[in-house]
Design a protein around this ligand. Structure first.
Ligand code: SF4
Ligand code: SF4
Ligand code: SF4
Length: 344
């Protein structure tokens, strides 16, 4: 098979198909700073941080494909100066409180700044008085802090290309440019479906979940909400679930989750969770034993036949349990009035 031969920083590589320089370099363990690139999205060279030199010319690595004979350099004086200037200009207008920030240690701006090495004195000189923009905390699950936004556009592209909701876009021009919902509504009043896909890809602490605590371990499992069976990792702290992230390697969802799967899985520890069956006595629901509840349900079921009866099964049951429920409805109760929530 014909392969493409090229060099990165003097090392020779061969590829069977043409991919972007950034993709190839990252896969081979060569870090090129970047903010607006995400492997799930089409490239949109907005941040210009991934500049590399290709046969003597500066090019953005995220949207330049490797070609036969390319000599690629990821480090030169010009590249260093250009990157440093870009990062410093971003940091000058950035609300920097890394220790309190949800994204700290995962933040791509922090990583790029550490890698490039910024001059704090120069930053202090460049820092201008600016008015902090209000933080949108309206969504019950996530916050949007425009003061930490680097306008990379990943959230906009995610909402368009992955969520297909088109809830956000760039608004205004020049220094006033910002990410906004239609008519600058609060997120909770917008058409945002709270899928959380944009938060998962935001490279900084601009779009983050409200939960600030870290986890002690992750457990791989399947979402119990519907018949899709999306793969996910539960973030555990002590004996509590405090976060969820989609499993990229699961072929069903490839890392994506809906609002229920991403934000609705903390119910096992919820104080309102029912832990015993309840029977209505004298107009009030009172806790009872399973034996008493099942005996009552069994005796009352005898009063109904055919279409007087309907059963709603659940996606949280196993396939076998749902099979038994439909068999019971059809064969014992004599009706086809059976449905379930195991589909979207
Ligand atoms: S977004 Fe990144 S650089 Fe900004 S405060 Fe948070 S961790 Fe620090
Ligand atoms: S909110 Fe995050 S993803 Fe969206 S443009 Fe700002 S930094 Fe990029
Ligand atoms: S949470 Fe989902 S729907 Fe809402 S803005 Fe982000 S990607 Fe779009």
């Amino acid at each position: 098979m014909k392969t493409i031969a090229f060099t990165i920083d003097g090392f020779e590589f061969r590829e069977e198909r043409s991919r972007s320089i950034l993709e190839v370099a990252l896969e081979k363990g060569i870090y090129i700073p970047h903010l607006c690139y995400h492997e799930d999205l089409k490239p949109a060279p907005a941040c210009r941080l991934c500049l590399v030199e290709v046969n003597g010319r500066l090019m953005t690595a995220c949207n330049t494909m490797v070609r036969e004979g390319m000599r690629i350099k990821t480090e030169t004086d010009v590249i260093d100066q250009t990157r440093r200037l870009i990062v410093e200009l971003l940091l000058v207008n950035h609300e920097r409180n890394c220790l309190e920030c949800n994204q700290s240690t995962l933040c791509k701006l922090q990583k790029a700044a550490n890698y490039i090495g910024v001059d704090e004195k120069r930053l202090a000189r460049l820092r201008a008085d600016r008015h902090a923009k209000p933080i949108d905390r309206s969504n019950p699950f996530f916050d949007f802090n425009p003061n930490k936004c680097v306008l990379c556009g990943i959230c906009v592209r995610t909402c368009d290309e992955i969520a297909a909701v088109h809830a956000i876009d760039f608004a205004n021009r020049g220094f006033s440019t910002q990410i906004s919902t239609f008519d600058d509504n609060r997120f909770v009043d917008s058409r945002c479906a709270t899928c959380g896909e944009c938060l998962m890809r935001c490279p900084t602490g601009a779009l983050t979940i409200k939960e600030k605590r870290g986890i002690s371990k992750e457990v791989e499992t399947i979402c119990p909400y519907c018949g899709c069976g999306c793969g996910l990792f539960l973030g555990i702290r002590g004996n509590r679930i405090i976060s969820v992230r989609g499993n990229h390697d699961n072929p069903v969802n490839e890392g994506q989750l809906c609002v229920k799967g991403r934000f609705g899985l903390t119910f096992p520890n919820h104080p309102d969770r029912l832990r015993t069956p309840l029977i209505r006595k004298n107009g009030r629901l009172e806790p009872t034993s399973w034996d008493e509840a099942l005996a009552l349900a069994g005796s009352r079921l005898k009063e109904f036949r055919g279409d007087q009866f309907a059963l709603l099964a659940s996606a949280k049951c196993t396939n076998e349990e749902n099979y038994v429920l439909q068999k019971f409805t059809r064969a014992v109760m004599g009706t086809n009035n059976i449905d379930h929530c195991a589909r979207l």
